[in-house]
Design a protein. Structure first.
Length: 584
């Protein structure tokens, strides 16, 4: 035991444990551990506080609600689905955001699991690998049908592991106190985090004497009244307790003492010489972290520790949306119907349910029926990009989706990148090239071939235009002579008429090295790059570029390509400012 803790007392003597061990299957053996299902108490029955000073637990539990005969309801104790693996990991990280140097806290602990066969207590566990503590807790809870919150509260009750910031490896070795009677050495067959968690969960199921096992555990059987001690010291006495359910019986098998009035008055502190604390601490940790130990009220919202804080304005996107007091459709109390278009403020997330504020009240709604309300400046920017890049208006859902991405931290330049590298934009550029250069629609398979080349990164969106200018089809469309071809290329690329000397000079180049060389030379010229910049300025900024812009962006075009210039202008502060004016 850790040095700062007080005495631990056994429920039964070592000779009793040995006797039980000889009974073998009569008692029940944890699979692959050959560990006896002993009734010897593993819990810290008389430890007042398992390192509470280090943990910062918020003391919310009302110990006046502690019921000796109903510590926790069966519906809560055996509910395996209260937390996902991710929620368990988040919970552990919230308890200990930072571990002391040189130590490994529970949120970062790994252990090698084992493969176990299914039996009356637990389903099979496919192990043999290094697994994170949160994953082991989740998978064991699923396999054995135990609430993972019960496992977490027991880990804290036994070794303070959930909140400990400098745990020793020994704490993980006996994490759940399984196989560790108070007055004897721990059973080495239970050593290790996985063995402890799986073994304890298996044992907690074994106490119910499920079909296929012996009826061994009967002395705290539910539905009857039993004398339960206050303390391992028999002189402290006991009192009758009517055990109301199997879950409470399980806790007494595991830790066979009830807290006296002094222990309950003490909260997490110490009572008197006859106080025991194991089941009191279990109740407190569970209640402080997860809420009531009793059968849940469907309209009881989850504790704040399980709700991920969030923000943003959203709008109802269906004809009518029910807002509830808790994140479940089972809650029918105080339901408020929200009409389509109603705006709400997001407060937090709990799985697919969101906590929202509506007219000053807090409610829970299903997130799939809400659309992000994009701030006006962002919405104006998105409307402009849709018109300028895709040539169409944005749908409400599209604007909401991109608006949410920007709210989550996506830079606007990255948004623009998504537009100019989208299949929709690529198809527009391919179609534009066919119609403007060849004067026709794409042939069967043509669109697909060009699109696949762009998707693979081999081609840029503007490359189809350039390639068509080099084609025999285009040459014939211009009149089938070198002079007419050169004149037509000037009009298409430079948007001006070619001079006679230019026509004659380039015609000689065509005759010498071919049309492709002429197209490529004009396409990659400084004049052409600056002409493209001017076209983009007029289209995106509504003005002519100055000389510095022509030179700077023109050089950028020649170095990095037309799409890089397109992205830069669309992502500029000037473009965003103009968008606000265009779409107020």
């Amino acid at each position: 035991m850790p040095g700062g803790m007080k005495h631990r007392f056994a429920q039964r003597s070592r000779s009793t444990i040995a006797l039980i061990a000889t009974l073998g299957l009569l008692v029940g053996v944890v699979p692959a551990l050959t560990a006896v299902a002993t009734p010897a108490a593993p819990a810290a029955a008389v430890v007042a506080s398992d390192f509470h000073a280090e943990t910062g637990v918020v003391r919310a539990a009302d110990l006046s609600l502690f019921q000796s005969g109903n510590i926790i309801a069966d519906a809560v104790f055996f509910n395996r689905d209260t937390m996902t693996e991710a929620q368990i990991q988040t919970f552990l990280e919230q308890r200990v955001p930072r571990c002391e140097a040189g130590y490994t806290c529970l949120k970062d602990w790994y252990d090698t699991s084992r493969t176990t066969n299914p039996d009356a207590m637990c389903g099979g566990y496919s192990g043999g690998m290094r697994e994170r503590a949160s994953r082991i807790i989740y998978r064991v809870a699923q396999a054995c049908g135990i609430n993972p919150q019960v496992i977490l509260a027991t880990l804290q009750k036994e070794q303070g592991l959930v909140n400990h910031v400098w745990p020793s490896d020994w704490r993980y070795t006996i994490a759940m106190g399984q196989g560790c009677p108070d007055t004897a050495a721990c059973d080495t067959r239970y050593y290790g985090f996985f063995n402890q968690v799986y073994g304890a969960a298996w044992q907690l199921k074994r106490y119910a004497n499920p079909p296929g096992t012996s009826q061994y555990f009967t002395w705290y059987a539910p539905g009857k009244t039993w004398n339960v001690r206050w303390h391992p010291n028999a002189a402290c006495g006991s009192s009758p307790v009517h055990i109301q359910n199997q879950a409470t019986a399980n806790l007494y098998y595991y830790t066979p003492y009830q807290p006296n009035a002094a222990a309950l008055r003490a909260g997490y502190g110490e009572g008197d010489g006859c106080s025991s604390y194991g089941n009191r601490n279990f109740f407190q940790y569970f209640t402080d972290w997860f809420g009531s130990t009793q059968a849940p009220n469907p309209c009881q919202p989850p504790p704040d520790s399980q709700v991920t804080p969030a923000s943003g304005e959203y709008m109802v996107n269906v004809a009518s949306l029910n807002a509830r007091k808790a994140p479940t459709q089972s809650c029918g109390e105080g339901v408020v119907s929200l009409a389509q278009g109603t705006k709400v403020l997001k407060l937090g997330e709990y799985g697919s349910w969101w906590k929202v504020s509506v007219n000053g009240g807090a409610y829970w709604v299903a997130s799939e029926y809400l659309l992000y309300v994009t701030p006006k400046d962002v919405d104006s920017f998105l409307q402009a990009v849709y018109i300028d890049v895709l040539g169409r208006q944005a749908g409400t859902g599209e604007r909401a989706g991109w608006g949410q991405a920007i709210a989550n931290g996506m830079p606007r330049l990255q948004v623009v990148y998504g537009f100019v590298n989208s299949d929709e934009f690529r198809m527009l550029k391919i179609t534009e090239a066919y119609r403007e250069v060849l004067g026709r629609a794409p042939e069967d398979g043509g669109m697909t071939a060009w699109l696949n080349g762009m998707r693979g990164g081999v081609l840029a969106p503007d490359d189809a235009y350039r390639a068509f200018l080099r084609s025999d089809e285009y040459y014939m469309l211009t009149g089938g002579t070198d002079a007419r071809f050169v004149a037509a290329v000037y009009e298409k690329i430079l948007h001006r008429a070619a001079g006679q000397e230019e026509i004659e000079g380039w015609s000689r180049v065509v005759a010498a090295v071919g049309r492709a060389a002429v197209v490529d030379s004009i396409w990659t010229s400084v004049e052409t790059a600056r002409a493209r910049v001017a076209v983009m300025y007029r289209a995106y900024l509504g003005r002519e570029p100055d000389q510095a812009a022509l030179e700077g962006w023109g050089d950028h075009d020649l170095r990095y390509g037309h799409n890089a210039v397109r992205m830069g202008i669309l992502g500029s502060a000037e473009y965003q400012s103009r968008a606000a004016t265009r779409f107020p």
